[in-house]
Design a protein around this ligand. Structure first.
Ligand code: C5P
Length: 223
C-alpha cells in the first residue's frame, strides 16, 4: 500500500519547498505541486522532486475553454508528472479535451468535484444544491465522460465508490480536530478504510516539527 499518501508542498519560496521535499521519502509518498509552488517557483520544483525519485501530482485545477485546456495540458504533459487536475464543472467538452491531451502518455486526469473548503451553505449559494448533490452531479458527468478519477472530500467517498471506474484522491485530511479553512475533514486511516485511492495531506505534515517522523506515522497508520 505504498504511495497512497500525497504530500501537498504549498510553498512559494524554492528553499522552503526543497526543505520539505528533502525530509520526505519517495517510497512512502508522492508530492503534490499546486498553483502556490508552480506559479512562484516554476518547472524547477518539478524536476527537483522528480530527480529525488518522487512521483508528482500536478494540481493546477485547470478551468477554461476546451481548446485552452487541451493546449495547456499538452505543454504540461512534457513534464515528469503522473497526474493532473481540471475542474469537472468545466463541462463535458473540456473534460474530453483534457483526456485527448494526454493520449500517448501515462498521465492520469482527475476532476475536482467540489473544493473541500466549501460547506453546504457555500454550495447552496453558488450552485443552489447541497454539497452531496453537487458532488453527485459532477460524479455522473465524470463517469459518463470516462475521466480517470476525481478529487473529492473523504465524506463523498461513498458516492464515488458507487462508480467503480473512478479513482479517488481525497484532500481535507486531518490528524485531529483542527480549525483551519478545510471544512469536510477526516483522518488518514478512516479515509483509506472508506476506499480513498490517494489521500492528500498538506499543512499537518509540512508545518510539523518533524516532517519525516509524522510521514512515517501516517504511513504506518494506513497499512
Ligand atoms: O494543507 P492541506 O492539507 O489543507 O492541503 C490540501 C491540499 O489539497 C491543498 O493544496 C489544496 O489546494 C488541495 N485541494 C483541496 N480540495 C480540493 C482539491 C485540492 O484542499 N477539492
Amino acid at each position: 500500500m505504498s504511495k497512497k499518501i500525497i504530500v501537498a508542498v504549498d510553498e512559494a519560496k524554492q528553499n522552503a519547498a526543497k526543505d520539505i521535499i528533502n525530509q520526505l521519502d519517495p517510497n512512502k509518498c508522492m508530492i503534490k505541486i499546486g498553483s502556490v509552488a508552480f506559479n512562484s517557483i516554476g518547472h524547477g520544483i518539478i524536476s527537483y522532486s522528480s530527480q529525488k525519485g518522487f512521483d508528482i501530482f500536478l494540481d493546477l485545477k485547470l478551468h477554461d475553454i476546451p481548446n485552452t485546456v487541451k493546449k495547456s495540458i499538452k505543454g504540461l504533459s512534457l513534464l515528469p508528472v503522473k497526474m493532473i487536475t481540471i475542474h469537472t464543472s468545466g463541462g463535458k467538452d473540456m473534460i474530453l479535451a483534457a483526456k485527448d491531451a494526454v493520449v500517448g502518455t501515462d498521465i492520469k486526469v482527475f476532476g475536482v468535484t467540489a473544493l473541500t473548503s466549501l460547506s453546504d451553505s457555500d454550495t447552496s449559494n453558488i450552485f443552489q444544491r447541497t454539497i452531496s448533490q453537487q458532488v453527485s452531479v459532477m460524479l455522473d458527468l465524470a463517469e459518463s465522460v470516462g475521466i480517470d478519477g476525481v478529487v473529492c472530500s473523504p465524506h463523498e467517498l461513498e458516492l464515488v465508490k458507487k462508480r467503480p471506474s473512478l479513482l479517488s484522491i481525497t484532500p481535507g485530511i486531518r490528524l485531529e480536530n483542527s480549525n483551519d479553512d478545510q471544512k469536510r475533514v477526516m483522518t488518514p486511516k478512516k479515509a483509506i478504510e472508506l476506499g480513498a485511492d490517494y489521500i492528500v495531506i498538506g499543512r499537518p505534515i509540512t508545518e510539523s516539527k518533524d516532517i519525516s517522523k509524522l510521514l512515517e506515522e501516517i504511513y504506518l497508520s494506513i497499512q
